[in-house]
Design a protein around this ligand. Structure first.
Ligand code: DGL
Length: 266
């Protein structure tokens, strides 16, 4: 048993989709969340820069917050840095790409899976590489969706503007007969209504959040580092940007009070 918290990071609010799943599945665990809102979006940045940010954030979680595990709740950062983080840090480091792909492979019936993500994630080829390594029996059709993250960060989840952008960016996937669409960016579940409207109700949307939480539970069980029931857990949220905005918008997106968001610099 291990009282230490689980560390989670993302470029901004997207990783809160994973936090939500962790709160539901592992209610005794304590969480420390870093939202790098001062430097979002990661998607358009060069992979080397995102890798550097990911190393800084993981070091902050491990060295300053003494976390027992790190969840890279950002596809862009996981695409750029997951292997390196695993090599550098002694705690288990989990990503969102493998759990998401696994869930999509399970969900599809016609083996045609769309994957949407940031420019960085899609350009990295991380989903195709993993599908090949897993010998996943599916065809992946990938599309970058620049601009989606910015809408979520501003809290514009269902506006005409985001709808128009979604129509344009998702058009190539609508021609591909995909029956499953993997939301390969942790911000995108917040746009699920818009994305579902554009893709059609028969297309199943898959988020990596729940499957990632199941992976966290498996690692906690396998390594014996779960937190026992007892004192209510204490969760802490940090933002490198506007902490007031983070607490207010983060609470709305998470569906529960965040309380105070604290500032951090790497
Ligand atoms: N949530 C991040 C992801 O999953 C968004 C990256 C960004 O800031 O562009 O990729």
């Amino acid at each position: 048993m291990d009282e230490r918290p689980i560390g989670i990071f993302d470029s901004g609010f997207g990783g809160l989709t994973v936090v939500r799943a962790l709160l539901d599945l592992l209610p005794h665990e304590q969480l420390v969340y870093l939202g790098d809102t001062g430097r979002y979006p990661y998607g358009p940045r060069p992979a080397d820069e995102v890798r550097r940010f990911a190393i800084e954030l993981t070091a902050t979680l491990v060295e300053r917050h003494d976390v027992k595990m790190v969840v890279v709740a950002c596809n862009t950062a996981a695409s750029a840095a997951l292997e390196e983080l695993r090599a550098r840090f002694r705690v288990p480091v989990l990503g969102v790409i493998e759990p998401g792909l696994r869930a999509a492979v399970q969900a599809t019936r016609n083996a045609q899976v769309g994957v949407i993500g940031t420019v960085g994630t899609i350009a990295s080829g991380s989903y195709q590489h993993l599908a090949e390594a897993m010998r996943a029996p599916v065809d992946l059709h990938c599309a970058a969706c620049p601009g989606f993250v910015e809408f979520v960060e501003r809290g514009e989840l269902d506006t005409d503007q985001v709808h128009v952008l979604a129509e344009r960016l998702l058009a190539p996937l609508r021609e591909r007969d995909v029956d499953t669409l993997l939301l390969g960016c942790t911000h995108y579940p917040y746009l699920a209504r818009t994305i579902a409207d554009v893709m059609g109700r028969e297309v199943v949307l898959v988020s990596s959040a729940e499957e990632t939480a199941f992976d966290v539970r498996s690692v906690l069980a396998a390594t014996g580092i779960g937190r026992p029931p007892g004192e209510p857990p204490l969760h802490r949220f940090y933002s490198s940007g506007d902490v007031g905005h983070f607490a207010e918008m983060g609470g709305r997106l998470l569906g529960r009070e965040i309380g105070v968001a604290e500032p951090f610099v790497c």
